[in-house]
Design a protein around this ligand. Structure first.
Ligand SMILES: NC(=O)c1ccc[n+]([C@@H]2O[C@H](COP(=O)([O-])OP(=O)(O)OC[C@H]3O[C@@H](n4cnc5c(N)ncnc54)[C@H](OP(=O)(O)O)[C@@H]3O)[C@@H](O)[C@H]2O)c1
Length: 249
């Protein structure tokens, strides 16, 4: 992906990682359309010069309407970043402790990106060069027990990304997976976690990696390698204990 001259839709960019990347991509000469459920940040971001479209990625109808609007207003659209996600703790001792959260998590974190890609794939394929960036997590590779379904949803995003990249290899669409480590944002209790890395540092690193390697498959900042390569190092059990707070590094 070249870092300028694109027209990108980022559902899930009213805050956090999505907004930090949206700002940097806009500064580099891309047209960026941010999406999310909350009207107030969308209005504010529209005034800052972003395109802004209301979307609830847990609702198929909302995805279809937002996609129609984005494609009509931005016929040059050549990028989709499936950023929107939720992370909510679960207690698997009783169904009341997890079932509803698990279902919502799968709908938002897994079905959401699938439905988004379905809504945009023909538009993206019609462009000479296009990009889909999916968003998994270090927890796709070493799960966090208290967010079991979140971790599973991100493992699914990883597998999905690997598979569709192969399918779409005969098209103009490049498929990239962003694999964030723990970053201090509004997601779950990440802002309170002393291990979380600052959002601006992470976003700067992502842009630097994309710039250095335009054909990258996975965007991996240094801090996520501990989880990403735990199996490869034959270190999964220790990494699982560290991530779940049973032991320090
Ligand atoms: N922070 C981390 O440590 C971390 C680590 C690994 C992966 N990630 C992933 O990075 C992505 C962004 O997370 P973040 O940390 O930046 O969290 P965040 O600050 O809470 O931002 C989440 C974004 O997703 C949007 N969103 C959530 N549910 C939505 C829905 N149903 N429809 C539309 N938009 C929705 C929110 O907008 P509205 O509220 O306006 O809808 C917001 O813009 C997520 O996929 C997350 O899983 C984060």
């Amino acid at each position: 992906m070249n870092l300028s001259g694109n027209t990108l839709f980022i559902p899930g960019a009213t805050s956090g990682i999505g907004l930090a990347l949206a700002r940097r991509l806009k500064d580099r000469g891309n047209t960026v359309i941010v999406g999310g459920r909350r009207a107030e940040p969308l209005d504010r971001l529209r005034e800052e010069g972003f395109g802004a479209v209301r979307i609830d990625t847990s609702e198929p109808q909302s995805i279809a309407e937002a996609a129609a609007q984005v494609i009509a207003e931005y016929p040059d659209l050549d990028g989709l970043v499936t950023m929107a996600g939720v992370m909510v703790p679960e207690d698997w001792h009783t169904p009341d402790g997890f079932l509803q959260t698990a279902e919502t998590t799968v709908v938002t974190n897994l079905l959401g990106p699938i439905r988004l890609i379905a809504a945009f794939i023909e538009q993206l394929r019609s462009r000479p060069q296009a990009t889909i960036i999916t968003v998994s997590s270090g927890l796709a590779f070493v799960p966090l027990a208290r967010t079991a379904t979140y971790s599973a949803s991100k493992a699914a995003i990883h597998a999905l990304t690997e598979a569709i990249r192969i399918q779409l290899a005969d098209t103009s669409v490049q498929v990239i997976e962003l694999v964030p480590p723990l970053v201090a944002t509004g997601l779950g209790d990440t802002a309170q976690n002393p291990r979380a890395i600052p959002l601006d540092d992470f976003a700067d690193d992502v842009i630097r990696l994309l710039e250095a390697q335009p054909d990258v498959r996975e965007i991996l900042v240094e801090q996520v390698e501990f989880q990403r390569y735990a199996e490869r190092r034959d270190d999964f059990d220790r990494a699982l204990a560290v991530i779940n707070g049973a032991t320090g590094r």
